[in-house]
Every structure is written in structure tokens, then in C-alpha cells.
Ligand binder design. Structure first.
Ligand code: PLP
Length: 378
């Protein structure tokens, strides 16, 4: 059996171990220290726009804290893009609030401006004005940032920008991670850069950072003894993991370029194949890091369909993955309100994510191409 080709696997640059070694040498084996502040600084200067960054234990923790900072609590409603990973929505439920799911538009696969506005109007008419909007840059593709911002401002509702998959992507040359009232990043093992596990909260407002750090370190009041006026969390990033992150920030742009090359590779394979589109930017204002390259089957049938290709690749020990199953179709969210026309459902049914790692070799690419062509020519 050939060695397994993964959908997306960690790709170290080389200097990660030096930073980790520093943490050991100085005995900063704790959820604070020079790597944590160094990593935060590196992200702040990368994003620009006067970003303030709090490094946390996960992207999910960052969404949880973002919602707390925006005042979400029991009985509130929060709008959330339906086509996403469950971690975008789960923290809404941690807080005793209800997610209201909104469908995607077909150009970026992200939150539809039309159904967003419809949801806001409908919930507000029911006396439940949404407390926040969770918008996601799926697979690295920026959402329609200007249109979504316009609607959010029109109704005075803050945006939590879920940029977990989109570090390195831009819209109108502005970096993803700078569009939200509060934004979040993830450094999980399969993301564009990794700290093995980790995340960050990003905001233009320095108070958001200081409050996030306060809540993430058990909400200790300033006192020599342990005094608490708030419920706290243990959500800070470890100084060892932050060392990996510092090394990863040095090669982020290279890895974006390599992921984009993978997208070109798939365009080369699929352009000659009728009925398959490689998911691409709608116009040059959008720049995706192409964290994962995805294809869409326009007319799947019994012979040629996403699941068939997935199984054919699997038999060659090549991992591919269905598109995220929309949240409004998930058993756990079956009672949550949903606004849309089925666009996300059709992307889920007809799409497939292909191996997209920045570390795939020429030989691995040849294996992938051969297996795909074999499936379409069989
Ligand atoms: C990975 C991911 C998250 C969660 O990040 P973790 O660091 O794994 O907690 C949230 N939203 C999206 C869209 C993701 O892909």
C-alpha cells in the first residue's frame, strides 16, 4: 500500500524547534511567557490595521470569549453561517443562546447578504434582535465583507469574523482577520499554520484583548490573594505551543503560495473535465489562501459523483472529505431557526475537498492526478 496522502497536514518551517528550545532553556513552560507575547506581536504586525491579538488555547475558545465580550447571554439569539464547522456555532450554545442559521450565496459559499438581512428582520419582528453575526471565510475564501458589514451596521449588530481557515487570505487587499468587530483565528493541526492546537482573538479595540486575556486566565481581580468578580476560563495558549507559532509565522506567506499552487494543480486536472468546477475566487478582489481546494460536481449521476471519487481516492490511500454539512441539517441543531434557499445544502451534496497540504511532493501530486483521471476515465 502506498503511504497515506492527507487532506491537510502540519508543515514545519524549521525554526519552530528553536523557539520551543528557548522555552525549555528559560523554563517558561507555562501559559504565558516570551513566545506568547512574541507570537501575538508577529500576528499583529502581519495583520496590520492596528490589530490587538490575544493568543488562546483554540479557535473555539476565541469564539466563546468573543461572544462573551459582545454581551451574548442566556436567551439571546446569534446569527451564524450554516455552512461551516460546528465550532462556529457551539459556543453560542455554551452561553445558553440560540443560533439562527443563515444560508450561503453560491459565489463564495459564505453567508448570504440577502438571507442575513431577511433573518435580522424576521427575528427582530419576533422581538428577538440578534446579538451578533458569526460570519465565516470557508476554506479560506473571504466572505462578501463589504455587503455583510453594511447590513451589520445598518442594524447595529456586531460581527464575529470566523477567520479560522483564512489566515493569509485578503479581500480588496485587506487581510482576513481584520473585518470583524472581533475576529478569531485557529492554529489547529490541519489549519494553514499550526501550534499543534491553539487560536487567537483579534480586535482593533485594545480593551477586547485585555478583557479576553483576563477571562482566559481565570478572571483574577487585581489583589495579592485569589479574588474573583467574574467567572473565568483557562483558555490561554501555552508558551511551548506559541514557540511553534512563532516559527510558523515566518513561513506563512510561503505556505499560502504553496496552497494556491495546489489549487492551480487541480484547475489543470479539472479544466478539461466537463461538469466539474474547481472552487475559485469570483473576481480579483477576493484572494483565498485556498486552505482546502474544493471541487463541485454540476451534474452528478450514478457513475460520477463526489462520494464515488472520495471512495476511489480512498482505495489509493488518498484522503478527501465531503464539504462541511450545514449546521441547520445537523441533528443537534434541528430545532434552530434557519433562513435560506438550499444553496449550502446543494454545495454539501455536490462538493468535495481534495488534498491541499503545502507539503505535498511532486510524486504525491502525480499519484493524486493519476487516481482522479482513472476515476473519470473508468
Ligand atoms: C477549525 C475551525 C474552528 C475552530 O478552531 P479550533 O482551533 O479547532 O478550536 C472554528 N471555525 C472554523 C470555520 C474552523 O475551521
Amino acid at each position: 500500500m502506498n503511504e497515506k496522502i492527507y487532506l491537510s497536514s502540519p508543515h514545519m518551517g524549521g525554526s519552530e524547534q528553536d523557539y520551543v528550545q528557548e522555552a525549555f532553556a528559560s523554563n517558561w513552560i507555562a501559559p504565558l511567557g516570551p513566545n506568547v507575547s512574541g507570537f501575538e506581536l508577529a500576528i499583529e504586525s502581519y495583520l496590520g490595521e492596528e490589530s490587538h491579538v490575544a493568543a488562546l488555547s483554540s479557535g473555539t475558545a476565541a469564539i466563546h470569549l468573543a461572544l462573551i465580550l459582545l454581551g451574548v447571554g442566556r436567551g439571546d439569539e446569534v446569527i451564524c453561517q450554516s455552512l461551516t464547522f460546528s465550532a462556529s456555532a457551539n459556543p453560542i450554545v455554551y452561553l445558553g443562546a440560540t443560533p439562527v442559521f443563515v444560508d450561503s450565496e453560491s459565489e463564495t459559499w459564505n453567508i448570504s447578504p440577502h438571507y442575513l438581512e431577511e433573518a435580522i428582520k424576521s427575528r427582530t419582528a419576533k422581538g428577538k434582535k440578534p446579538k451578533a453575526i458569526v460570519a465565516v471565510h470557508l476554506y479560506g475564501m473571504p466572505y462578501k465583507a463589504e455587503e455583510i458589514r453594511e447590513i451589520a451596521d445598518k442594524y447595529g449588530i456586531p460581527i464575529v469574523e470566523d477567520s479560522a481557515e483564512a489566515l493569509g487570505s485578503t479581500y480588496k487587499e485587506r487581510k482576513c482577520g481584520t473585518f470583524g468587530d472581533i475576529s478569531i483565528l485557529s492554529f489547529n493541526g490541519n489549519k494553514i499554520i499550526t501550534t499543534s492546537g491553539g487560536g487567537a482573538l483579534v480586535s482593533r479595540n485594545p480593551q477586547h484583548k485585555s478583557k479576553a486575556v483576563f477571562l482566559a486566565t481565570q478572571a483574577r481581580d487585581e489583589a495579592p490573594h485569589y479574588q474573583h468578580s467574574h467567572i473565568g476560563y483557562n483558555y490561554r495558549l501555552s508558551n511551548v505551543c506559541a514557540g511553534i507559532g512563532r516559527g510558523q509565522m515566518e513561513i506563512l506567506d510561503d505556505h499560502v503560495a504553496l496552497r494556491r499552487k495546489m489549487n492551480q494543480f487541480y484547475k489543470g486536472i479539472f479544466n478539461p473535465i466537463d461538469g466539474i468546477d474547481v472552487f475559485s475566487e469570483p473576481n480579483p478582489e477576493f484572494f483565498s489562501n485556498h486552505w482546502l481546494s474544493c471541487i463541485i460536481f454540476n451534474n452528478p449521476d450514478n457513475n460520477i459523483n463526489p462520494d464515488g471519487l472520495r471512495e476511489a481516492l480512498l482505495s489509493e490511500n488518498i484522503e478527501s472529505r465531503p464539504i462541511w454539512k450545514p449546521m441547520h441539517l445537523q441533528p443537534v441543531f434541528k430545532d434552530a431557526p434557519y433562513y435560506g434557499d438550499g444553496t449550502s445544502e446543494s454545495i454539501f451534496k455536490n462538493g468535495l475537498c481534495l488534498p491541499s497540504g503545502s507539503n505535498l511532493t511532486e510524486i504525491e501530486r502525480e499519484r493524486i492526478e493519476k487516481s482522479i483521471l482513472a476515476y473519470f476515465n473508468s
